[in-house]
Design a binder for this molecule. Structure first.
Ligand code: ZN
Length: 290
């Protein structure tokens, strides 16, 4: 299933932002919820006959003064059918290579128009669409005129894998950007462009970053894999994939407290249905604010 809708749009201050559902993905429910028992998590997201849960791969397009700015790029088109089947990825496009290009086209944006791509981290389901396999088999940056911004530490982590991390990092998702001179490495928290700030959110990976978008006092935060779905809002609901789960716990405690106190709109990358929401804490756990 390719989750719908393809595009959801809203205003944030004077900025227009668009959530583009760049395809569906299915991952093992147990791995997605770490130490949480199945009897609890399957009430939130049911499992299929292979114990997988339906997820999305939501990217964010910001209509910025400098031009279209994209956060994360989905799974791309470079892997083989067996790979896409294992991960339940359904992202084939109708007008372009993937659903991401379909979403951009719906918004009147061509890949050549995108001026900046920001990667939360370099796992294949977040950075796979950074590059595209052309019909002749060659691999090229999907966005020929974009600067690709990522954390230096994440790039180094992705370039030096071990037995636990190697299954998520594929050099064709990022090395062509270095070769083309489009890769821009940043260190730690900083304002990348006016109103778009990177905040390091370690745990899922040591240099994972979230993006805080601010306009006229309104704020939105792209959580990426800090809380991939709305079901991951309770602090201990942490993915088994995280390399430092106790670091994730402290990052969540800090970020979600700010999100509630400062009335942030939080954006869920992997949620199949909920693109964004404000959050609340009922004294026991964080939850969507109705
Ligand atoms: Zn990830």
């Amino acid at each position: 299933m390719r989750p719908e809708p393809l595009v959801e749009s809203r205003q944030l201050g004077r900025l227009r932002i668009h959530a583009i559902q760049a395809g569906g993905q299915k991952l093992d429910g147990g791995a997605m919820f770490g130490v949480v028992p199945k009897t609890l998590w399957e009430r939130r997201i049911p499992a299929d006959d292979r114990n997988r849960i339906q997820l999305g791969m939501r990217c964010l397009l910001i209509e910025h003064d400098i031009g279209p700015v994209l956060i994360d790029t989905g799974a791309g088109n470079k892997e083989n059918d067996k790979f896409y089947d294992i991960y339940g990825i359904e992202n084939r496009g109708t007008t372009g290579p993937t659903a991401l290009e379909d979403g951009l086209a719906q918004l009147g944006v061509r890949p050549a128009d995108v001026v900046m791509v920001i990667s939360s981290h370099l796992h294949f389901d977040h950075a796979g669409g950074n590059t595209t396999k052309r019909e002749d088999g060659s691999i090229a940056p999907t966005f020929p005129n974009a600067r690709y911004v990522m954390q230096r530490g994440e790039y180094e982590w992705a370039s030096h894998t071990n037995e636990r991390t190697a299954a998520s990092y594929f050099p064709p998702n990022f090395e062509p950007l270095r070769a083309s001179g489009q890769m821009e490495l940043i260190d730690g928290d900083r304002e990348i462009i006016a109103g778009v700030q990177s905040i390091k959110t370690p745990g899922h990976t040591p240099h994972h970053q979230g993006l805080l978008i601010e306009s006229e006092g309104e704020r939105a935060f792209y959580l990426a894999d800090l809380a991939p779905t709305a079901a991951h809002l309770p602090l201990p609901w942490i993915m088994g994939y995280d390399v430092e789960p106790l670091v994730t716990l402290e990052t969540k405690r800090r970020i979600l407290a700010r999100a509630e106190a400062e009335d942030w709109l939080v954006i869920f990358e992997h949620d199949a249905t909920t693109a964004w929401s404000k959050i609340t804490n009922d004294g026991k756990a964080y939850a969507l604010r109705g």
